[in-house]
Design a protein around this ligand. Structure first.
Ligand code: ATR
Length: 282
């Protein structure tokens, strides 16, 4: 480790230009007057193992890992926690002595966003319906089952993927096709979009919310745009909604604390900066 020098952290991915992590961490470095740095680094898949093995030599204390390197980061870490092991994916790396430690902060980011934005949302957990069966859906299902939601319905275009994900969890989780959605929404307390549908430059998420109870909470992991078609449709009929930008902000907190020694606040100015960057301000 580069003792005495200002701590340096990174976000690594391929591609990396779309990452908003530098905006978040540089905001906090400035806010807390920390002499450190945070840089986006593009690393191709065939070079990621070497990068992860050697970043300490370049003076980095750790960093974030994004698509498509989260499994490589999991494999590179000497120590991981239960969440990272369950997800088989690491998005946050730091060093403890000569050990490389890794965790996955997507689960706590998802939960903390709801804790802050919709207080009491999990006080009396009922049925949850998750759209999607990829890595994001896996993190969401893990978090919701941990908070006691049951049943947790996993609805996916490719039913075999939904089945595989539900089988990982066992009983609270069940697998479904989109054809079953109208029936499932009838007693849903929490609806989560964990597909890429509704994201800019992707297909829209086209579902009928008619059977969803009006007090069901609706949230989306998509944050570009911040108000997705799903959230707009839910809000129009009176459902409470939480957007996905807060998940992005909250998942960044643990890494900053590890690298720079301060637990940062997700404040309104940071959110406003991200909104402006995404083009949704005002
Ligand atoms: P991530 O790890 O970010 O969740 P992923 O593993 O590629 O990414 O998963 C994307 C999710 O969006 C999947 O649930 C995918 O459905 P399939 O498993 O059937 O591919 C869903 N998805 C993406 N495009 C879709 C589309 N046009 N229609 C329905 N679902 C779609």
């Amino acid at each position: 480790m580069n003792s005495g020098a200002p701590p340096k952290a990174f976000v690594v991915g391929w591609p990396i230009a779309q990452s908003r992590s530098p905006l978040i961490h540089r905001y906090w470095l400035q806010k807390y007057e920390i002499a450190g740095s945070y840089d986006a680094i593009a690393v191709e898949p065939d070079r990621i193992s070497a990068f992860l093995a050697g970043f300490g030599d370049d003076g980095f204390v750790g960093g974030n890992v994004t698509i498509p390197h989260k499994t490589a980061a999991f494999n590179a870490a000497d120590e991981t926690d239960d969440t990272a092991r369950f997800l088989n994916a690491v998005n946050t790396l730091w060093r403890e002595g000569d050990r490389l430690c890794g965790t996955n902060t997507d689960v706590c980011g998802f939960l903390q966003n709801l804790d802050e934005t919709a207080p009491g949302w999990a006080d009396d957990p009922g049925a949850a319906t998750i759209l999607g069966a990829g890595g994001a859906a896996r993190a969401v299902a893990y978090g919701l089952i941990g908070r006691g939601f049951a049943p947790v319905r996993i609805v996916n275009r490719t039913i075999s993927r939904a089945g595989e994900l539900a089988a990982l969890f066992g009983p609270p989780a069940t697998a479904h096709s989109f054809k079953e959605l109208a029936g499932l929404l009838g007693d849903t307390a929490l609806l989560v979009n964990a597909t890429s549908l509704g994201m800019i430059n992707h297909d829209p998420l086209d579902i009928d919310l008619a059977s969803l109870p009006l007090d069901a909470l609706v949230t989306d992991i998509v944050y570009v745009p911040v108000e997705t078609g799903l959230l707009a449709a839910a809000a129009r009929r009176g459902n409470p909604t939480v957007d996905g930008l807060g998940m992005l902000l909250h998942q960044a907190v643990p890494g900053f604390q590890k690298w720079f020694g301060v637990r940062p606040q997700v404040d309104q100015r940071l959110r406003a900066r991200l909104l402006a960057d995404i083009g949704a301000a005002g």
